[in-house]
Design a protein around this ligand. Structure first.
Ligand SMILES: [Zn+2]
Length: 290
């Protein structure tokens, strides 16, 4: 099944929802970055959220970046998504390993530790919008729930999940974001809370062969799906684009590299592509540097 996101409204427009299946995106990230199971789960969860938050954007050029920085052994996670729901991301320590947590699950919260979540929305304004909240658990879904409540003042329920196979490939990944509109009535909220508390886990549903549509049907009696869009891991970097990082080191450093006479390799953080710049390339970049 290809990855996709559905979105729509429920309970007479009192609730909006997004639901996604993101196994391939997460598996691509795992392969590209050679991620450990915990790192796969952490990045997969944040990319799934990023994909849905990208799909929330209104303009074609909007870009959203989610950054988690923590004092745990994984240190940090960065995800960027656009309104096309193209998503890319990386973790600081891709081979992080920890014993299972107290409920026998991958210890994402332990790998992240204490720290903060930052949401940067580049939506065509002069300055990007930046919202930052402290991490609640480091398990990511709860941290985003808290972010939406405190930074955007939108009561939100976020569920994110990644299930790994025994051989450490990605078995299932997905999530949902459900948000209450300001005029949501008490009885709508109570009914939703009841459904959410009865909801097992996103990956257990997906693993039973259920789709995002099935999950939404599980949560609401009265709803309308208004959009279904594909989502994928996509970086879009190129040798020319990555060269900007080399140009930014400045003329003096570039001259040193040229004098050393050796080709330079630069990796794209987001997709781990390697780009090689030989002496002729470096001389061209020198002309563009300050
Ligand atoms: Zn890249």
């Amino acid at each position: 099944m290809e990855d996709y996101i559905i979105s729509g409204m429920a309970a007479e427009n009192q609730i909006r929802f997004f639901a996604a299946t993101t196994r391939q995106m997460t598996e691509t990230a795992r392969e590209r970055h050679n991620l450990s199971p915990i790192a796969s789960a952490a990045l997969g969860r944040l990319m799934t959220a990023g994909a849905m938050m990208g799909a929330m954007c209104k303009n074609d050029d909007d870009v959203i970046t989610l950054q988690i920085q923590g004092d745990g052994p994984m240190k940090g996670i960065t995800v960027t998504a656009n309104s096309n729901a193209d998503v890319k991301g990386y973790v600081e320590v891709p081979d992080v390993m920890l014993p299972p947590n107290s409920i026998g699950k991958l210890d994402v919260g332990g790998a992240v530790g204490n720290g903060f979540l930052r949401v940067i929305k580049d939506i065509g304004l002069k300055e990007p919008y930046v919202g930052q909240t402290e991490l609640v658990s480091g398990e990511i879904a709860e941290d985003l729930t808290y972010y939406f409540a405190s930074s955007e003042q939108i009561p939100t329920s976020v569920a994110l999940g990644v299930l790994m196979n025994k051989e450490n490939t990605v078995r299932q990944a997905g999530g949902f974001i459900v948000q209450l509109m300001p005029f949501a009535e008490e009885k709508t909220i109570a009914a939703l809370e009841e459904k959410l508390s009865a909801f097992a886990s996103i990956t257990s549903y997906l693993d039973q062969g259920k789709s995002p549509e099935d999950i939404i049907a599980e949560l609401f009696d009265d709803y309308e799906i208004t959009a279904k869009v594909p989502t994928k891991f996509h970086c879009g970097c190129s040798k020319e684009y990555v060269a900007k990082a080399l140009i930014s080191v400045g003329k003096v450093e570039l001259e040193k590299m040229i004098a050393d006479g050796e080709a330079i390799e630069v990796n794209c953080h987001f997709c781990n592509s390697h780009y090689k710049y030989d002496i002729d390339d470096l001389k061209k970049l020198l002309n563009e540097a300050k």
